[in-house]
Write a protein that binds this ligand. Structure first.
Ligand code: URA
Ligand code: SF4
Length: 208
């Protein structure tokens, strides 16, 4: 028999692929081993009519506890950027490439661990299903993990950030992850670059 937790998410997809059914089914996904230590699946949130889909990496510590994407420090920077770029919250569907928090323990502290390529691949059926359900006009790719999931291994965020690239029926605009803004030595400059990319994403829609 196949080993539990290593076959990917595909076999956990529901018959009906609307967001409500997807969210319910994802709650019991065991498509990779990350479900074992995390608190819960953190599925995407937002309207199925959203024009923008924003894709992050994976839930962080706060997201894992609360069950919602981008509610911790990275989420605060993201909210600020969206507001300043003129992207309204009701136009946004917010999700992550990987739906469970990956971490290592250091004492009692849970230290964020980047998802592996295998975990990103395992979780991709959920992201693909969200894309099919929402059909966004613009996909904002937040950092290297989301880029790996959506734009392939070769795509380099640093080379192509802020540039609209076709992705299915949509246009994708990649930028750095908001956590990278928080960690940057020159945080102000990093935020300015992040905001410029979000504005580029907003103008893609404005011009379509
Ligand atoms: N970082 C992410 O990539 N996603 C979240 O939801 C929170 C932090
Ligand atoms: Fe399933 Fe994704 Fe969680 Fe792995 S990370 S168990 S594939 S929802």
């Amino acid at each position: 028999m196949a080993k539990d937790g290593n076959n990917g998410a595909a076999e956990f997809l529901p018959g009906r692929l609307d967001l409500v059914s997807l969210r319910r089914a994802a709650a019991s996904c065991r498509g990779c081993d990350l479900y074992r230590n995390a608190t819960q699946t953190v599925f995407g949130e937002g309207s199925r009519a959203a024009a923008y889909m924003l894709v992050g990496e994976e839930p962080g510590d706060q997201e894992d506890r609360q069950g919602h994407p981008f509610v911790g420090p990275a989420g605060h920077i993201l909210d600020k950027g969206l507001k300043e770029a003129g992207i309204r919250r009701e136009d946004v569907y917010l999700t992550n490439a990987v739906k469970h928090f990956s971490f290592t323990l250091r004492g009692k502290r849970r230290i964020h661990q980047k998802p592996t390529a295998a975990e990103i691949d395992a979780c991709l059926p959920w992201l693909d299903a969200e894309l099919a359900a929402v059909k966004p006009e613009v996909i904002v790719v937040l950092g290297a993990t989301a880029a790996r999931a959506l734009l392939g291994r070769e795509f380099r965020v640093t080379h192509h950030r802020g540039e609209p690239v076709p992705l299915g029926e949509a246009l994708a605009v990649a930028t750095v992850h908001p956590s990278a803004v928080l960690r940057a030595p020159d945080r102000e400059a990093a935020y300015a670059g992040f905001l410029a990319d979000l504005k580029a994403a907003a103008s893609v829609r404005g011009s379509s």
